[in-house]
Design a protein. Structure first.
Length: 463
């Protein structure tokens, strides 16, 4: 069973094959060009020599670009591909200048003699076949791994096919003693290569200047803002190094979301980016923002939480055009009373300053307590269990009682918990009132009770 090539091995293999092909074709063209004196063939030989040099640069760049990121290159080594393409562009432009100067000199002096040989046609034909094979192999791997260096080589060699065809046409005209056709063919080759150089150079400079391909920014921005829970994209920065796309994105989330929910939404953004661009490496930052849907109680809770305190039992009351705010604030046992009071004063002032319509703020300070040790005495407290059922069923809307638990705290006090099933057509406010009534009755009817919690549930749940 043959082993599949890794991405690095496949890219290196096709780059190496391209390099060997360039050496072979260059050697043939140089021999035939000098033996015939054809400037068109020599131009192609020079072009192929640059192909050989470019293929060598690409081969080295591919090996460097696939190195993993390190402390000196935190974004990886992908820019090696772009640098290789820039060197190729400079070499191609230099060759074009030489070819055009030589061609113009021949056209002006008209001192041209070309030995038309069948080998010139054979070599150019072989060159076309080899270039087609190389460009297809390079383009296939370039598309598979989004490799710009290999893509540049593929485009390069596909253009060689057309320039070789032009040279053959020049040789055909020269065989009929139309000597200027060879120089004209050389100029056409130079123009083709110049056009290629411009296209390749522009793409390379854009990559080195961190210009992102058209539509990528808009596509990512649009797709991320469509995700549920994302309020908006606050900032988006992108850069590309070789095939790798690096993103720094900041998204706005509701500030009332629990941390775990916000973290999961950040992960969803990362997964979405990878689904759009598999070679993306993203850093997603979540920025909490106040949203129009936020209730006044949630706004108060956020002010308290901003001071590192835990708020609960937040209640607001209307007093004409003014409001009264009451809440409980849990403080760490590390804070003494004076410190805790100073924090509550600071929070009260912050609420009044931010919300002028609040006329009075009162904060109940309590310590965050560790879980109290309890003992389950339900089995030995059946009399209490029966009494609890009797109290609950005095309410006609209670259909059943279950999951009754009686715990004894370290202090000897009792902690009672029970579930009551209610009719489905009752309003939430009605159920809450009945539950509160049951709890109050338990407090007044059973001695030594410290806490009671009655959980209400419908008679039938719908999924």
């Amino acid at each position: 069973m043959t082993r599949s090539l890794t991405a690095t091995e496949e890219k290196t293999s096709v780059a190496k094959s391209s390099l060997y092909g360039a050496i072979f074709i260059t050697a043939l063209k140089i021999v035939v060009g000098f033996s015939t004196g054809s400037l068109g063939v020599l131009a192609e030989a020079a072009h192929s020599a640059l192909d050989f040099l470019a293929a060598g640069i690409t081969f080295i760049a591919v090996k460097i670009a696939d190195k993993p990121a390190d402390k000196d290159h935190t974004y990886g080594h992908g820019k090696a591909e772009n640098f290789a393409a820039l060197v190729e562009t400079i070499l191609l432009l230099a060759t074009c200048i030489w070819i055009i100067v030589e061609a113009v000199e021949r056209l002006v002096s008209q001192k041209v003699h070309i030995e038309i040989s069948v080998w010139a046609f054979v070599v150019m034909g072989i060159s076309i076949v080899v270039d087609i094979s190389r460009s297809r192999a390079l383009y296939r791997v370039a598309q598979k791994y989004n490799n710009q260096a290999l893509e540049a080589d593929a485009l390069h060699f596909s253009t060689d096919v057309w320039s070789s065809t032009v040279v053959i046409a020049g040789l055909i005209f020269a065989s009929f003693e139309m000597w200027a056709a060879d120089a004209i063919a050389a100029v056409i080759v130079a123009i083709i290569v110049t056009m290629l150089s411009y296209k390749l150079g522009r793409k390379t400079v854009d990559a080195l200047m961190d210009k992102i391909p058209e539509g990528v920014y808009e596509n990512i921005h649009f797709e991320i803002e469509r995700l549920a829970g994302i309020e908006k994209v606050l900032s988006l920065r992108l850069r590309q190094a070789g095939p790798k796309l690096f993103l720094d994105i900041t998204v706005a989330l509701k500030r009332t979301l629990p941390f775990e929910v916000a973290h999961n939404m950040v992960s969803t953004v990362e997964e979405k980016i990878l689904s759009l661009y598999p070679n993306a490496d993203s850093i997603v930052h979540a920025e909490p923002i106040e949203t129009p849907e936020e209730t006044f109680n949630e706004k108060i809770a956020m002010l308290v939480a901003a001071e590192g305190m835990l708020p609960h039992h937040i209640r607001t009351f209307s007093l004409g055009e003014k409001n009264i705010v009451e809440l409980h604030m849990e403080c760490s046992s590390a804070n003494d009373f004076v410190t805790a009071h100073a924090i509550s004063e600071k929070i009260e002032n912050s609420i009044r300053r931010k919300y002028p319509h609040v006329s009075d703020v009162r904060i109940h300070i309590e310590e965050i307590s560790a879980p109290a040790k309890t003992i389950d005495i339900t089995t030995n407290a059946q009399t209490i269990v029966q009494q609890l059922c009797t109290i609950a069923k005095e309410e006609t809307t209670v259909l059943a009682c279950k999951n009754i638990s009686v715990y004894q705290l370290e202090s000897g006090k009792l902690k009672i918990g029970m579930n009551c099933t209610f009719q489905n057509d009752l309003s939430l406010d009605t159920v809450h009132s009945i539950v509160s009534k049951i709890e109050n009755t338990i407090y007044s009817s059973i001695a030594n009770v410290q806490t009671v919690l009655v959980h209400a549930e419908p008679s039938m749940t719908f999924r």
